[in-house]
Design a protein around this ligand. Sequence first.
Ligand SMILES: [Zn+2]
Length: 148
Amino acid sequence: MPYCILKNYNLKKMATKKSKKPTRSKLVKLADKVFSEFIRQRNANELGITECFTCGKVDHWKKLQCGHFQSRKHYNTRWNEKNCQVQCAGCNVFRYGEQYKFGLYLNKKYGGNISEKLMNDARKVIKLANFELQEIIDHYKSEILKLN
Ligand SMILES: [Zn+2]
């Protein structure tokens, strides 16, 4: 049995034991936390310093945020590595994410019309199973380890 299927099988088996079943909202929260750490650390230098995608402010990754181009309410792009970039609180919170600039810079960074593609992708409604949320968590945990 391939490893990934085996892993899912075990998770499903675990999920039948009521006491060990992580709630969906807990999995979403944890996936957000781990993914956010990955996004903020991926371009940080050895001192942990990185830069706001939309204004260029530099700070330690722990003091910056994971900004979403398309809102987190869209699950299809919620954990998309292009849709999410480092932002300072000024841009992400007080300037509502600077979505226009965000889109322009995404096109500059990745080329073509990536912002339009993300906008379309965001509107596709998906429902992730709990084991898929767990896979996101596991994947980004190991990606963070690779960065350090
Ligand atoms: Zn900023």
